[in-house]
Design a protein around this ligand. Structure first.
Ligand code: ZN
Ligand code: ZN
Length: 343
């Protein structure tokens, strides 16, 4: 089979490698489509939890092609030809965090597509516990299951009070889904600020109340625009940019008793300035949300019901061999929203 293989950060090629055989309890999936994620770019640059050599790709939809021995029992009913997706994140179950009921903080968290082989390949072998039925849903929707599951976890962490006035900064594909979850979760008003007009326009169609065009590279001007929109502050501000210059603005944009959430994947070892006295005096709450391990079922339910819209998000489709173009498009094509690879 063909697969995109990274021998080390930045050193990739599309190779012909043996098609993997499913062992007992495993399922082989023929990959239909894999979503390109910011994480893939971090893996390209070697700035994430990657283990090389690596086949990246963790946002996948495919068709079961072969069942390993003993896959089906009284709880599991998979069949060849079934459309599925896979949750690539799984915890060891043995470390202190796992034993404390916090699998996301597992010291040996496996993420297929980050530190184990993923879905930029024609086939992928996955333990059955990670496979989710996705029959009857458009594959172009199913490919969003993983990023949507991450936002579902974000909602679980945020627990917004019904009626909250919320600002979300950033309008990438994940933000587009997070904004809709906030609306369905009872937000009083959702404002999204971002630097691409076409992304904001799409969010208006998805039901966002207010959109603000900002220039992320000019944080002073951005602060002015956001403050002018709500001189008394928001109840909740979510940073989905990961940019330190934007993260630094967040506590100054919330009301007394407000909450800031850092959701965007930022740069490691890039501390920001924070006015601790302001956090103390105004009793602010700061939260973080990183990945997910058990939010797939909820995400699939919302995609199946049409509760979460993704129409208009996929702007570019590539073949495996076009990986360099994927990287170029992600870096510099201003019309790019969600990119997908069809192996
Ligand atoms: Zn992702
Ligand atoms: Zn663990």
């Amino acid at each position: 089979m063909k697969a995109l293989v990274y021998d080390a950060p930045k050193q990739f090629s599309v190779k012909e490698i043996p098609t993997p055989e499913p062992k007992a309890g495993e399922v082989r999936i023929k990959v239909l489509m894999t979503g390109v994620c910011g994480t893939d770019i971090h893996l390209h640059n070697g700035t994430f939890i990657g283990k090389y050599p690596l086949i990246p790709g963790h946002e996948m939809v495919g068709i079961i092609d072969k069942l390993g021995e003993g896959v089906n029992d009284e709880y599991t009913h998979f069949h060849v030809g079934q459309q599925v997706t896979m949750n690539g994140n799984f915890a060891c179950g043995e470390c202190e965090s796992c034993k404390n009921g916090k699998p996301l903080f597992c010291e040996q968290l496996t993420c297929l597509g980050c530190n184990g082989d993923g879905a930029y390949a024609e086939y992928m072998v996955v333990p059955k516990k990670l496979v989710y039925d996705a029959e009857g849903i458009d594959p172009e929707l199913v490919v969003f299951t993983e990023p949507l599951a991450c936002t579902v976890h974000g909602m679980d962490v945020l627990q917004p009070k019904v009626g909250s006035d919320i600002l979300l900064i950033g309008a990438g594909p994940t933000s587009a889904m997070f904004a809709q979850l906030l609306i369905h979760g009872g937000a009083g008003n959702v404002t999204v600020a971002a630097s691409k007009e076409f992304k904001l326009k799409l969010l208006k169609e998805y039901g966002v109340n207010d959109t603000l065009l900002i220039d992320r590279s000019d944080s002073k001007k951005t602060a002015e625009i956001l403050k002018k929109h709500r001189p008394n502050g928001y109840d909740i501000v979510i940073d989905a940019t990961g940019a330190p210059s934007i993260q630094e603005l967040c506590t100054g944009l919330v009301k007394k008793g407000g909450t800031v959430m850092f959701y965007g994947v930022g740069k490691q070892n890039s501390p920001i300035k924070l006015d601790a006295y302001d956090v103390f005096e105004r009793e602010l709450t700061i939260k973080g949300s990183f990945a997910q391990v058990n939010s797939f079922a909820g995400a699939l339910a919302m995609l199946r019901s049409g509760r979460i819209r993704t129409d208009g998000l996929i702007t570019h489709k590539f073949k495996l061999e076009e990986w360099q173009e994927v990287l170029n498009t992600h870096a510099s094509d201003s019309s790019a929203h969600k990119l997908v690879v069809i192996p």
